[in-house]
Ligand binder design. Structure first.
Ligand SMILES: *Cc1c(COP(=O)(O)O)cnc(C)c1O
Length: 230
């Protein structure tokens, strides 16, 4: 049986609400980001019709095309892909959130290039936990220094942390993989970064474990749009 995007979103919202209850999270604490990479604008439009308004993209060119096609919709766009220096200007101009800041140089460019008429760009620092699937991210050891440097950039708003742990099928191991990110976020809050409340972690295969460990944003592609064919 093939489910529609609207049906998949409804199931996902049920699953998120159940997980919030089960793991003693505040109702509504977990925001669902629809990862629309490789999906055409028509699929994104289907998700919008079903009430989804926050989307995440990995590839700039592809994202800009969809944003143009959907420009009349009140959407929030999150950039979740690797960032090359030559892409920062457009990322700073066309996204509300960036999850993948791992170097000060990139943060400085985003800060300098954020258009004056827009509010500060919301930033999550990508952390490289050990055993990480992608090699991207700042180490836990270097995180405090990066956070301190990014926090003073006036056109950026440091909001929390993001990670992509190596895929695990076992729930206990999934939770264990997310735990250090949650602790690192808590340490930033304790250190006085009071706006560092966000934890972007969890994808289709491991979002329940991420919710159990405190995720505030889960990034879901496959469970909404089906398997990526591109
Ligand atoms: C593709 C991607 C996702 C979504 O993955 P699914 O397994 O399809 O839910 C989430 N986060 C990042 C960074 C991605 O690249």
């Amino acid at each position: 049986m093939t489910l529609s995007i609207s049906q998949r979103l409804a199931l996902l919202h049920q699953h998120i609400a159940e997980s919030e209850r089960k793991y003693a999270r505040v109702t509504g604490a977990v925001q669902l980001l629809a990862v629309s990479k490789t999906q055409p604008a028509s699929k994104v439009a289907e998700a919008i019709a079903a009430g989804q308004h926050a989307f995440a993209e990995n590839y700039l060119q592809e994202a800009l095309e969809k944003q143009l096609a959907l420009q009349d919709e009140p959407l929030t766009w999150h950039f979740i892909g690797p960032i090359q220096s030559n892409k920062t200007r457009q990322i700073a101009a066309h996204f509300q959130w960036v999850h993948t800041v791992e170097r000060l140089k990139i943060a400085q460019r985003l800060n300098d290039q954020r258009p004056d008429e827009l509010p500060p760009l919301n930033i999550l620092l990508q952390v490289n936990l050990s055993g990480e699937a992608s090699k991207s991210g700042v180490s836990l050891a270097e995180l405090p220094a990066l956070a301190a440097s990014v926090n003073v950039l006036p056109r950026l708003h440091l909001r929390g942390l993001m990670a992509i742990p190596a895929p695990e099928t076992d729930f206990v191991r999934q939770r264990a993989a997310f735990r250090p990110l949650s602790l690192a976020r808590d340490a930033l809050l304790q250190a006085g970064y009071t706006d560092c409340t966000e934890l972007s972690m969890g994808m289709s295969q491991d979002f329940v474990a991420a919710i159990a460990e405190g995720a505030t944003m889960i990034r879901i592609g496959t469970d909404i749009f089906g398997p990526r064919t591109a």
